[in-house]
Design a protein around this ligand. Sequence first.
Ligand code: ADP
Length: 367
Amino acid sequence: MAAKALSILIADDDDGDRKQVKRAIKKSGISCEISESANMAEAISTCEKKSIDCVILDYLMPDADGLQGISMMCKQNSRLAIIMVTGHGNEAVASEAIKRGAVDYIKKSEITADSISRSISNAYEKVLLQRKVDEQQESLENFSRILVQDISVPLNKIRGFSELMAKSIEHKDYENVQNISKQIEKSSQRMQEMIDALEEYNKLEESKLNFTSVSIQQLVLETVDLLEPIIRNSNAKVTYDALPEVTGNAPRLRMLLQNLILNAIKYCDEPVPSVHICAGKVKERWCFSIEDNGIGIPEKYYHDIFIALQRLDPKSKYSGLGIGLTICKKIVEQHSGEIWCESEVGKGTTFYFTLNANENENAAETA
Ligand code: ADP
């Protein structure tokens, strides 16, 4: 189940039935906020106004039947976890409900704390999974769209310069030919960099990962050592608290830290870029933070920066391809974690990511 409280709507015209469902949900211990509607119009309007996760919908409503209700609700929000409640357990109705977008159905006579809890958990998990698939699909579509756009830029430049070169040769303007050839070289280098970065990203998909106990402290130490020339040249200060061990893949986690530390140094205009890394435990996971005093990121871009080849200011003085954070997101997801950022423009950014704690550590804590 999700950690946050679910928002559940019980839509049933019978006051007694609503109370029965409400009692069963309360008894099940599910952490939730419950809204109620006595007819379909009210239910639809509640779904419009509130962010509802799950609807427990009676088949027989005074102003519309439950099946029509499912279609209307799904049209409004295709990722609602709808559970249809049928009076007599009519199989035909149940299968039609599923066809129209309900995730589960339950007979009124079988509503208990256990059954309703199971049904809500299953329905919500299914919806979460579907949302994830949708997100992946969206990110894949974004990826290919941006790829086509971005690779076209240097390619078009090369085409233009080649035409110019042909003309210069025709006019025996050999001095210009040399200049143009440098521009062609620059554009092809840019294209090569893009292809290399995408290849690196694709490689992340291929191999099966070996997970072991990994000391993040050790990885930070190694990364800082590796980046020493860059740290020295930019006059940066990288500090860190005592950092824990996690279960993960060391080379990938090293890549993650390296990308985030490099960005923290790169996107900074202060005389002394400062980067601080620390960690705090949240349930069985560690939440790491990498805080900088850099240029910051406007809130509306918090999501976009993780999309491949997406840069806030492509023509900016900061070099890059916009693939680093996409790689970071992929790595964190391969470790079943999450990554996000919080920032204040002009003050700095903190990137957070979660990783599973070392299994032995969790076992020792519960012993
Ligand atoms: P790149 O650095 O190659 O452009 P990334 O995927 O690593 O690609 O980052 C995407 C964009 O997010 C960057 O172009 C930059 O605009 C922004 N960004 C990333 N890290 C930071 C940071 N620490 N501070 C400010 N902006 C950042």
